[in-house]
Structures are given as structure tokens and as C-alpha cells.
Design a binder for this molecule. Structure first.
Ligand code: WQD
Length: 345
């Protein structure tokens, strides 16, 4: 029996694969490598000493996806595969709807065909839209404000309808807040294509000298120092949350959403100061105008996950910053390995 991990070569996926293997699960990974590297999976084996099957295919490739379910006894699915850049989703929405929604529908149809009805889905706090109600609970009104967030919200609704049509489905919807950090080994981490959109990879690239300075998007929000507040969660804590959700869906049926956050918000400047303190590195920055679509304050109430999954985030922002820095300094070109770098000269 194996757990199918879609998007298993990605930032969240690779960290989740490590925790699954270390917990004794057999896994099968599917990833089209459109925003990830197979190198991360080699490092998953390096860190765990365990081998697993990897299929470099897209979810929309129905014949090959059916072949996986035919050749492996899949017990449950952890569905992480999906495009996830908010800004990009606004400029190429059809790519996001096709990849994220059509791909998920093909996956769900094949799961139904093979009577695999247990799934943990990678959703996002983006489904809460521009709510200023904090802390955010799972009952906070939903309302995505960009194509990426709408794909996550629609996939959640598709799974709720699936459960109504067949109550034997067991579904956990994990709404991530802001994942940052890296495996303590420094061998896995966030490897964004091009200039990072997200705060932490941008900070680490400034600290290492790859980028000149951080642009702080606005300091006129209603927060302690005017800069945006977010609920940063260590990626390993997030990965552990997937294992707890997997245990839950294996035991029950139904559909439940869970916020995976720390319940603690930190401002951009608090993150910069923490990073500088724990690493000893300087992060030059300048205050610029707000980024379109940003909200001022967003942090979770994660008590439902604690109550029902027995999960709580354990790592603090010092560890998140240190682990991010160790990944950056140990992998200046991300997963681009020596021979690929030479080939790129
Ligand atoms: C965090 C804070 C910015 C970059 C996004 C997606 C969300 C999820 C996580 C996929 C904000 C500020 C950032 C910079 C800055 N992704 N910032 N300068 O926007 O909260 O969430 O990533 O699931 O769906 O929406 O994360 O890291 O981009 O921003 O000042 O160069 O840092 O304004 O306050 P965000 P982020």
C-alpha cells in the first residue's frame, strides 16, 4: 500500500515526502517538474535512506495517471501539485484553471475509478480573500480575489460536492498560511524560479548579495510598524500537519478544512530584524508603495487542527530564519546542480 504524493518534488512536497518516509509510509511521487527539480527527490532519498517510485508526468495525462493506479496499490493521496503564483495567475488565468482544476478533476476521476477515496488537499489561506477579520478561523467567510485563490476555492467546492455524491470520501482541506524555512540539513528548501515573489526567499537572496535590497511593500497598514503582518509557519511543521491529516482521513469519512498556521502574526520589519539578529547578516531595504492585492493583516486561529488532528506548529521564527539561511548559503543556485550549472554557461 502506498501514498500517492502529487507535486512531491516541490517545496512543500519534498518536505512532506521526508516526513512520510521517516514515518514508515511507502510513497509514489508524481510531479511534472514545471516548478520543481528532480534533484529534490534525490535529496529526499539521501535524507531518509529510502527509495520510491517517481513519475515525471502531469495530472492531465490521464493514461499515465491511470497506469500509476494500476501498477501501485494506492491507499490515499496527498494532492499538492498546482501552480501557485498569485501574480502570474492574474496574467495567465487559463493556465491556472487548466493545470490546477482540470488536473485535479482527472485525479479525482481516476481515484473514483480505482475506489481510492482518501485525500489530503493542499489549499491556501488565500481562499479567505481580503478579510480583515483576524484571527482567521475555518468559519471565516471565503472569497478568493485572484485566479490562483479561486482555483483552490473551486477545488475545495468540487471535493465537497464529491463527498455529497458519495459520503464514503474522506477529505482534509489544509489551508496553508505562509510557509517558510527549510529542512534542518540545508539540503531541501524553497527554490523559486527567477526573482522571488515571496518575502523570505527575497530576504535570503538580499542577505547573500544576490539582490540589492528588499522592497518593503508599504508601511501604512494598521499594524505596529505599518508593514504587512503574516502568519509564517515552518515548512517542516506544515509537512507534519499533512501526516496528521493523513492519519485522520485514513480513520474517518467526511470533509473538513484546517488552518495550518502558528496563530502568531509578524510584520515584514519584524521578520527582517529577526533574520538579521539570528544570521548576523544585513538586509538593506527601502519602503515602497503597497503591492496590489495585498492585505494588511493575516494570521490564523489554528486550534481546530490542534483539537481534531492533534497537530500544532512547534518551530518559531528564529528557526525559520536560520533554516532558510542555511538552505540559501548551501545552495546558492537552488537545486541547479554542478553539471547543470556548467551546461548553462
Ligand atoms: C508576505 C508579506 C508582503 C515580498 C502569498 C500567496 C499565498 C501563499 C503564500 C501560495 C506581505 C511582504 C513580500 C517582498 C514585501 N502562496 N513582502 N516585499 O502575499 O502573504 O502570500 O504567498 O499558496 O497564497 O498569496 O506572501 O511572502 O508574498 O508576502 O514587503 O519582496 O511580505 O507585502 O506583507 P503572501 P508574501
Amino acid at each position: 500500500m502506498a501514498i500517492l504524493v502529487t507535486g512531491g518534488a516541490g517545496y512543500i512536497g519534498s518536505h512532506t515526502c521526508v516526513e512520510l518516509l521517516n514515518a514508515g509510509y511507502d510513497i509514489v511521487v508524481v510531479d511534472n517538474l514545471s516548478n520543481s527539480s528532480a534533484e529534490s527527490l534525490l535529496r529526499v532519498t539521501e535524507l531518509t535512506g529510502k527509495e520510491f517510485e517517481f513519475y515525471p508526468i502531469s495530472l492531465n495525462n490521464r493514461p499515465d495517471m491511470e497506469g500509476i493506479f494500476r501498477n501501485h496499490k494506492i491507499e490515499a493521496v496527498i494532492h499538492l501539485a498546482g501552480l501557485k503564483a498569485v501574480g502570474e495567475s492574474v496574467s495567465v488565468p487559463l493556465r491556472y484553471y487548466h493545470n490546477n482544476i482540470s488536473g485535479s478533476i482527472v485525479l479525482f476521476e481516476i481515484m473514483q475509478e480505482f475506489a481510492v477515496k482518501k485525500i489530503v488537499f493542499s489549499s491556501s489561506a488565500t481562499v479567505y480573500g481580503t478579510t480583515e477579520q483576524v484571527p482567521i478561523t475555518e468559519n471565516t467567510p471565503l472569497g478568493a480575489t485572484n485566479a490562483y485563490g479561486r482555483t483552490k476555492l473551486m477545488i475545495e467546492e468540487i471535493m465537497r460536492d464529491l463527498h455529497v455524491s458519495d459520503p464514503t470520501w474522506s477529505i482534509a482541506l489544509l489551508r496553508y498560511f505562509n510557509p517558510i524555512g527549510a529542512h534542518e540539513s540545508g539540503r531541501l528548501g524553497e527554490d523559486p524560479n527567477g526573482i522571488p515573489n515571496n518575502l523570505m526567499p527575497y530576504i535570503t537572496q538580499v542577505a547573500v548579495g544576490g539582490l540589492k535590497e528588499l522592497q518593503v511593500y508599504g508601511n501604512d497598514y494598521a499594524t505596529t510598524d505599518g508593514t504587512g503582518v503574516r502568519d509564517y509557519i515552518h515548512v517542516v511543521d506544515l509537512a507534519q500537519g499533512h501526516l496528521k491529516a493523513l492519519e485522520k482521513v485514513m480513520e474517518t469519512t467526511g470533509v473538513e478544512a484546517y488552518n495550518l498556521g502558528t496563530g502568531q502574526g509578524y510584520s515584514v520589519l519584524e521578520m527582517v530584524r529577526t533574520f538579521e539578529r539570528v544570521t548576523g547578516r544585513s538586509v538593506p531595504y527601502k519602503i515602497t508603495s503597497r503591492r496590489a492585492g495585498d492585505i494588511g493583516v493575516c494570521y490564523s486561529d489554528p486550534t481546530k487542527a490542534e483539537r481534531e488532528l492533534g497537530w500544532i506548529a512547534l518551530k518559531g521564527i528564529d528557526e525559520m530564519c536560520l533554516d532558510s539561511w542555511r538552505w540559501q548559503t548551501g545552495n546558492p543556485r537552488g537545486y541547479l546542480v554542478e553539471n547543470e550549472m556548467l551546461a548553462n554557461i
